[in-house]
Design a protein around this ligand. Structure first.
Ligand SMILES: [Zn+2]
Ligand SMILES: [Zn+2]
Length: 369
């Protein structure tokens, strides 16, 4: 390593709900053989960041942490043995990369089940304390450490850093969910619950994959309007309508049957029951947005009687990151992805950005460096 700083400015969360503090966090002096150090280009903000900050995630968090997990960085130092990224493209200092939470390749889930996001030895960015090496485990930081076991994907030159950033969480989660869903047939109508970043990206994806009709249910109105530009044929506002009225509308667009496919991206527990209602008999129901601790009462017989396939989808593996970057590169002219970036902030403005995200005043704000 040549001329790397000893410290990186980073936004550290020491107590849930408290503002993040900009602190000097040590840059590791030693790079493990397959690791990399990146200088952050951008880190977009996700609903999960807000939930972690508020202490409302149903995942373990080892405070104090550097928040931020949708990052794209430029490699400033690379382990000696690394020549390529996770799909075999040349990788060198100066390239931009997005990188995955880790999977070990040595456990039941990695190998037998081939579900690496469920790896028992998984290490995830922004959940590990910044007090232990390698310290730089979050995205709201000038520098970031890419763990040896992390998948890493070179960002194509045609994809701007802000869009690569949102590919590294929102879009890769959608790509993973779509892989788990399987094909969308040309006669199938898709209902997308939620018009946030995942809902919009899923809408674009369903469009490209040939859905017959796409109905987006969401709020607020401005976001919902944007869904049309991402391929929605019908938009139904949540505000000012009852679940019964929304069901009525979905039925009217599906010859009274209900949706062939329902996708949940709201994170609101009550949306699950509504989705079960909106689904036709024999439908597939994909659940992606629920990561909180909220509960809801359900009638399990509805799943049986309607013969519904309920599919949960968590995070995304290196394949999903690769597919996300490819989707972004291929469809930049088809959908206004850049319009999802609603605010740009410096690192020292991170609390303002998080607060605005929490209040639904942003779709996808991004910290730029
Ligand atoms: Zn995220
Ligand atoms: Zn594993």
């Amino acid at each position: 390593m040549s001329a790397l700083p000893e410290f990186s400015k980073a936004a550290v969360l020491r107590q849930f709900k408290e503002p993040l503090k900009i602190e000097d966090v040590p840059v590791p002096a030693y790079l493990e053989p397959r690791a990399a150090l990146v200088k952050m280009e951008a880190c977009s903000i996700c609903g999960t960041d807000v939930h972690l900050w508020q202490g409302s995630l149903s995942l373990k968090v080892d405070l104090p942490v550097i928040i931020g997990h949708e990052m794209v960085g430029r490699i400033v130092s690379l382990g000696d043995t690394v020549r390529t990224d996770s799909v075999g493209q040349d990788l060198k200092v100066g390239d931009r990369v997005i990188y995955t939470h880790t999977s070990c390749n040595n456990c039941f889930f990695c190998t037998t089940a081939r579900q690496p996001t469920l790896c028992v030895n998984r290490r995830a960015y922004m959940y590990e304390t910044m007090e232990k090496t390698p310290h730089l485990m979050g995205g709201f930081s000038e520098y970031g450490y890419v763990l040896p076991e992390s998948g890493r994907l070179r960002v194509p030159d045609s994809v701007p850093s802000e869009l690569a950033s949102l590919s590294s969480c929102a879009l890769r989660s959608v790509m993973n969910a779509m892989s788990q869903l399987g094909r969308i047939e040309p006669y199938e109508t898709v209902v997308v619950q939620g018009a946030g970043p995942l809902g919009l990206l899923a809408t674009a994806n369903a469009k490209v994959r040939g859905a017959r009709k796409i109905i987006v249910i969401g709020s607020p109105a401005a976001r919902l309007e944007m869904a049309r530009e991402f391929g929605a044929d019908v938009c139904i506002p949540v505000e000012g309508t009852t679940p019964a009225e929304r069901l009525e509308q979905v039925l009217s667009h599906t010859q009274g049957r209900g949706a062939d496919i329902v996708m949940e991206f709201t994170g609101v527990p009550a949306a699950f029951n509504e989705g079960l209602q909106l689904a036709r008999k024999g439908a597939r129901y994909l659940i992606v947005g629920q990561l909180g601790e909220g509960k809801v009462e359900i009638q399990p017989s509805m799943i049986v009687k309607k013969n519904i396939q309920v599919i949960g989808s968590f995070s995304g593996d290196a394949r999903s990151y690769a597919l996300a970057l490819d989707f972004m590169a291929a469809h930049q002219d088809d959908f206004p992805f850049e319009r999802m970036i609603t605010g740009r902030y410096r690192l020292d403005e991170v609390n303002v950005a998080l607060e605005r995200m929490k209040n639904y005043q942003e779709i996808k704000p991004v910290i730029t460096f």
